[in-house]
Every structure is written in C-alpha cells, then in structure tokens.
Design a protein around this ligand. Sequence first.
Ligand code: FAD
Length: 586
Amino acid sequence: MSLIPRIAGGPGIRVRSMSGPVLVAVDEDAGALRDVERELRDRYARHYRVVCKRSSQEALACLEELAAAGEEVALVLAGQWLAGMTGSELLDEARHLHPHAKRGLLIAWGAWGDRATGEAIFDSIAHGRIDHYMLRPSTSPDELFHQAISSLLLEWAEARRASPYTIHVVGESWSGRAYQLRDVLGRCAIPHAFCLADSDDGRALLAKAGEGVGLPLVVFPDGTVLTDPSDAEVARAACSAVNVERMDFDLVIVGAGPAGLSAAVYGASEGFSTLVVDEGGIGGQATSSPLIRNYLGFPRGLSGRRLARHAYEQAWVFGANFAFMQRATGLRREHDDFYVALSESGAVRARAVLLATGASYRRLGVPALEGLNGAGVFYGGVTSEAPAMAGQDVYVLGGANSAAQAALHLARYARRVTLLVRAQSLGAGMSRYLVRQLEATPRLRVRLGTEIVGGGGDGWLEHLVLRDRAEGSEETVDAEGLFVMIGARPRTEWLPPEVDRDARGFVLTGTDLRERAWPLDRGPLLLETSMPGVFAAGDVRHGSVKRVASAVGEGSVAIQLLHRLFAADRLHPRGRPKEPAVVAGR
Ligand SMILES: Cc1cc2nc3c(=O)[nH]c(=O)nc-3n(C[C@H](O)[C@H](O)[C@H](O)COP(=O)(O)OP(=O)(O)OC[C@H]3O[C@@H](n4cnc5c(N)ncnc54)[C@H](O)[C@@H]3O)c2cc1C
C-alpha cells in the first residue's frame, strides 16, 4: 500500500436528474397539504424538487411519470386517509416504482394516541410499507417535522451513497479486490461509493490522486488516498489509528457488537482506558437488521448500522480505542495482567477482558432470500415479530425445541404456521411435550423431510420454494413470514480451556459456573467467567437473551462489576488461589 495525503475534495452528490431529487407529498386535506408544501419548499427547495398532489390517483400518476423519466425520488409523504386507498397502500405502491425513496406517513394531531392509528402504523412499518411516520406540520417552521424529514433524507442519501462523508473506492471492475474493500468498509459501517476507473468520476479521482497511482484506490473525504491497501490498513485509516501494542489498557473488549459497544461507552466514560477489537467492524449481528423496532426509545425503529455508528461515535468521544479487522486468537494471564493475541499485530495487555464475541446464526444459504432479511425473513427469536404476523401464512424452519416454541408462539397470531423440518421425524431434536403441543395446536402443521430451496418477493417475502427431500419434488407456496431457527454458534474456539463453556460453546458465567471450574475462594461476579477477571456479555454468554437491548444492558453491567473487582482487588487475592493463577493461551 502507498499513502498519498490530501487531494482536494471528491465528486459531489450525484443524482440522475438535472433538477435534483424529488420530494413528493400527497394529502387530501387542502390545508394540511399547503402546510406540508410550505415547509418542504422553505427548507429544501434549493436541493430538491417539491411536488405536491391532492389525491392518490394524481400522486400515483406523478410517481409513474417520474419513474418512466428516470427521475430520482428521495421521499414520498402521504396523508393517512386518501380516497380509494390508504396512505400506507399508496406508499407501498411507491416502493415498487421508486425502491430507494423513503416513505413517510403523515399523521394528523387528532389521530395521535388513537389506537386504530397506532395499529395501522405498527402494521405498516412491520410489513415494510412505510419507513416512518410523522405529525403533519403545525407551525412554521415546525422543527419536529423537519427532524423527521431530515433523518429520512439522511437515510436516503446514505443508501444512495450520496452522504457528504463518503469514502470512494476506484477499481477496474466491480468484483475482485475492489469488492473486498467495499465489503470491509461496509462491515465498518462506513458510507462508501464505488466507481470504475474508466467512468467520469473514476477519471476525476485518479487525476486528483496524481500520476501513476495503482488500483484499487481508496479516497477519503479529507483527501487521503490509499492505493491497494490491506483490510486492516483500510480499517485503520477509516476508523482507528492507535498502535495497540504500545499501550496498556484497563479493559480489552473483544467484539464490537451491541454488548461490546455498550461496554466501551460505559467503560471509557467511567475512566477506564478501553480498547475494543473486532475481526470485522462495528455492530456485529445487529448490522444485518435493517430495522430494529424493539429497542427502547426508538418508536420508529432504527437500523442496526445506525445504532452501531452512533454507539461507536459515543464510545470514541469518551476516549475508547478501536482496532478493527483484528481477530482475537488467544487469551492468557500472566501475574496480574491478561494478554489478548491479535491476528494483525502482537498481543495487547489489559487488567481485565470482556468477551463480547456474540454468536453467528446458521444462514439459509438461499441467495434469493438473503435480500429479504428483516423484510419477512427473520433469524433468531420471534417475540417481537409475532404480532405483525396476524392473519398471515408463516413458516418456521428448524427441528429443535427453539423452532417448536417459535411455531407455537406464532400460532397465536398467524393464520397458519408451518414448521419445516429437514429430518423425517420430530423425535430426535425436540422434547416430547413440545411435539404433543404441536400436534394439538390448530392452525399449525408440520412438514417433515422438507427444505427451502428458493423464494422471493418484491420488497417483502411473498413466496417460498420447498423441496421434498425424499422425492426431490418442488412446490411454491405463498408465505409472508419465514423464521429461520437452524442454530446459533458462539465463536469461542480461540479461548483457552480455562474459560468454561457449555456443550454448544457458550461461555458460562456467574452462578452458572461449575464449581470445579472456579479457581478462587471468593465467588464469581455476575458476568465473570471461570477465568477471574475475564467477563462475558451478550449473545456469547450461556443463557443470554439474544437481543440487542439485553446485550447492551449486559455490556453496561460488566463495567459496574469491573469497578467492584478493581476496588476490592478481588481479581488476585494473593496467596489464596485454589489453582495456579497463570493460565497459558493457545
Ligand atoms: C438478521 C438479524 C436480525 C436481528 N434483529 C434483531 C432485532 O430486531 N431486535 C433485537 O433485539 N435483536 C435482533 N437480533 C439479535 C441481535 O442482533 C443480537 O442479539 C445482538 O447483536 C447480540 O450482540 P452481541 O454484542 O452480544 O454480539 P454480536 O452482535 O454477535 O457481535 C459480536 C462481535 O464480535 C466479533 N467477534 C467474534 N469473534 C471475534 C474474535 N475472535 N475476535 C474479534 N472479534 C470477534 C464479531 O465480528 C461481532 O462484530 C437480530 C439478529 C440477526 C442476525
């Protein structure tokens, strides 16, 4: 890699239309539409074209014309009640015509708090018909309205790679190394755009970078240019620049998912020198969730990427250090210190370690369904999605107890639930009492010896292709929900045997620890592992709830426990260990 510092600027926001992206609003209430139009024009007319319509027919005709003309629509707003169709239905149509446009439902003040409106909003968001809702503007300027509009426009700009702090990757083709670099930036939740070297933007960037630069090229908003960098170099330049080997830390957190980021925020803000390492980037599993709807304080939901980026910024402001694209490969204790071995550098030293390495769900491996993650296809628990499945045809894939419990729970809401099991019988993977409950539950059926080989939908799951494993025959079925429960695997193979784990590899902590595994006279703290001074939080922990909120909660609790540990010097009550205190890493 070579590093060429500073070139001025980069290509600006790119849009297809000469007159700027379009903001479309429709409301049958003339007064309300006038207010919306005034607010949109006053604030956004310089960069966007504002189009307002009085009826759903006019709005649909306009959206069709814009689509036919190749115009970029950034935002569509619709009043809730329109003649002929609801606002949500119109926004659903808009999704087909302009898949990148953000869609907001305008709510009247009078409807606020009304149960039917609440249910309509919940149902529409759950099924991806709308992105958000907002109150119609009342005063001018109405900053509450503008806050909602500008966050929708930011989401649109980020998705269209048009946000101001975009990193540009220039390559000879979309595939190969340029693709891998984009993947690295994506995993670090960093907005980036790609252009081919022989495109207008590519040529402009290459010209600014100077003579003889190699490809692929990564251009940062501050003008820094990296030519053919490694993954770790890109991550370092984009997110972090500390030399972790030269520093001593109070706390090393392994994993930058919700648990690790939460611990970083609390740890750094409470005065611990903190390092977070992650083999990928920020956010862990949460980044594969396009809309987390059950996280406290976000009634409109928020994307996992956004949550992760805010948490990362928060931790960084408090002074936490980050090392991305660094896999922890070993853990050992020497006297009073822990050493965490890293894949891209040596070992880092710390007084305590938090394991926040999460779990990875076994994926379906059906490409057509990957793009529908969170849009009808869900991994993990069903509790938060179940009410949205009311009256729908829902499938659960899996043959273990968790899949049976999920199917039973869904059967309280869905029109019909089908449990798909690859094996030819239920007995092997499932408790007997659950098998009986499945048999006794109306609206629930079990299909044995069946696998999913295809499926699809336009923005939301619509159908699945099932194959009978014995006969090889295939069948396409209507489906509005698919819950994949084919197992989660903790990534704990790299830990030394002294860190006690359950049969599936999840880390045991606190009262779950087996007595023989605990080496000290004092009892273990709540989230402490069998290696005193090493804690575990989030999905990696045996018995954890496997939710963003609980991972975040555990991350913060771990910091409180660290205070207790350090204050009482209870890590090494010298002379009293039951076993030698030095543990060798692998
Ligand atoms: C598709 C999907 C949708 C979801 N939707 C929701 C939802 O809507 N609401 C909700 O509450 N929950 C949801 N969840 C569950 C939620 O994302 C997890 O419970 C949560 O992310 C767990 O956080 P964590 O920090 O414990 O672990 P993770 O998020 O798994 O993060 C662990 C991190 O550790 C890193 N890591 C692992 N091993 C190493 C190593 N050896 N060295 C360095 N780094 C390592 C990984 O790269 C990863 O970044 C969803 C999960 C998925 C997969």
